[in-house]
Design a protein around this ligand. Sequence first.
Ligand SMILES: [Mg+2]
Ligand SMILES: [Zn+2]
Length: 265
Amino acid sequence: MSGIVVIFDFDKTIIDIDSDNWVVDELGATDLFNQLLPTMPWNSIMDKMMKELHLQGKSIEDIEEVLKRVPIHPRVVLVVKAAYALGCDLRVLSDANLFYIKTILEHLEIQECFSEINTNPGFVDEEGKLRILPYHDFHTFSHGCNLCPPNMCKGKIIERIQATLEKKRIIYLGDGAGDFCPSLKLTKEDYMMPRKDFPVWELICKNRHLLQADVHEWTNGVDLERVLIQLITTVISMDDDSTQLFDCKFEKIAHKVLPKPVYVP
Ligand SMILES: [Mg+2]
Ligand SMILES: [Zn+2]
């Protein structure tokens, strides 16, 4: 294992579009979605949309079929495999839902590359209807972060991940406004990779002084691959150097402890 944890947002980072919009649009429910948009939180709308689609006779198989043809840049699949092969611990942190993410990652045959998927619960109920619930149940508990939507504070999740890591660097990739809060939790040992010209990039540009992490922007799948592999190889070679340094020091200390050679005239 390398000392690197790579945390990927999902929508518009791993896949090239927003999965919620994709499913709604492809199943012809855009008008209803737009009507509901001003009335409740996004995550609650999606649960309602799934009920509506079920009533209209759309099956789980219909949703899976739509998810399996989601647009994704082919280099992103390759870079996930490459980062995994280099020994990085890969995780997903997304405001989509578990059903969408698992279906897509399994279809792309990269699910085993990820050690953790942090997202909103998504499951098929006994009526065969997809349910999408909030990550934090905001009806009983408020996460207290005013940067994030009520159902999920990605910053809180990053803090939970950081509490379990020892001497590991995080590389975080994201595009959305929801990726700004976690970017503020990264330390000076970490790297933030915002997608250029997307909301999180704009927020970072305006608030650069609030971030401790090193910032490396990317534009598309080709660029994501280039920047991520460059960062991973840099960190791996830095960590190798520090191990060597330690060994050298140890050798010097060991020399001091050894008895001085006795010169025979
Ligand atoms: Mg996103
Ligand atoms: Zn937050």
